[in-house]
Design a protein around this ligand. Structure first.
Ligand SMILES: Cc1ncc(COP(=O)(O)OP(=O)(O)O)c(N)n1
Ligand SMILES: Cc1nc(C(=O)O)sc1CCOP(=O)(O)O
Ligand SMILES: [Mg+2]
Length: 230
């Protein structure tokens, strides 16, 4: 008996719908603050935001341990983020994120547990977890209820001493298997970003390439925007 091969093909409408279900939103910029700031930083940030779209801003102040001082610095920054429709994410501290009513918290492996963060912060607050170069940590974070996982460092960086180096293939593996968004971090510049975008990163988290750009933060963000738009 001869088989009519056209009978075996998928209905093109079904295939297109299936593709649609799997499509991820385009990669976006996730801006990380300089490790130390002064009260006038809010003006610098406002000018930076004029450079192009930023999806999220993370307040990462590594020298300041006093939540009171961070809260004072955070207030105008958080308002600016709200005005510009940028998610305001607090690094390291579930308590500070709660106190500020932040849109999210980013937790490293030693910064607390995603389940605890969910209990304290509730269902609508974004919880991100550092997963270094580990598939295992990322799956654990997903199971614990994280809203995104962060992989890095993809490139050498002077912003943080890093012990882990992530490979591009990690992004492809993650995005093929999981819907949960993934963030790529570590030494990312407009020049070296394209392979990360092509590999499937949902967000590029950047610090030094923006704040240390000799042309200024707005120009750096515009350069990222051009690369993200392809
Ligand atoms: C988006 C994003 N990814 C990773 C990190 C690093 O977090 P952590 O490992 O806790 O290191 P510190 O930033 O706290 O020094 C991050 N902050 N943001
Ligand atoms: C905060 C941070 N975490 C990393 C990780 O690998 O988890 S790399 C890093 C530094 C990000 O700054 P820059 O864009 O200047 O390299
Ligand atoms: Mg941390």
């Amino acid at each position: 008996m001869e088989i009519d091969e056209s009978e075996l093909k998928l209905d093109p409408g079904f295939a297109a719908r299936f593709e649609d279900d799997r499509r991820r939103p385009p990669c976006q910029l996730y801006l990380i603050s300089p490790p130390a700031i002064t009260t006038d930083f809010v003006d610098t940030l406002a000018a930076a935001f004029d450079g192009g779209p930023v999806a999220a801003f993370q307040l990462r102040l590594k020298g300041l341990i006093d939540d009171h001082a961070i809260a004072k610095l955070a207030e105008p920054i958080q308002k600016l983020c709200a005005d510009r429709d940028v998610a305001f994410i607090v690094n390291d501290s579930i308590g500070l994120a709660k106190r500020l009513g932040a849109d999210g918290v980013h937790l490293g492996q030693e910064d607390g547990d995603a389940r605890e963060a969910r209990d304290v912060l509730g269902p609508s607050v974004q919880i991100g977890v550092t997963c270094h170069d580990s598939r295992h940590l990322a799956m654990e974070a997903g199971e614990a209820g994280a809203d995104y996982v962060a992989f890095g460092a993809f490139y050498p960086t002077t912003t943080k001493e890093t012990k882990h180096q992530a490979e591009l293939s990690l992004l492809g593996w993650w995005t093929t298997l999981f819907e949960l968004p993934c963030v790529a971090i570590g030494g990312i510049t407009p020049q070296n970003a394209p392979p990360l975008i092509a590999a499937g990163a949902d967000f590029l988290a950047v610090c030094g390439a923006v704040w240390n750009d000799p042309a200024g933060p707005a120009a750096a963000i515009a350069a990222f925007d051009a690369v993200l738009k392809g």
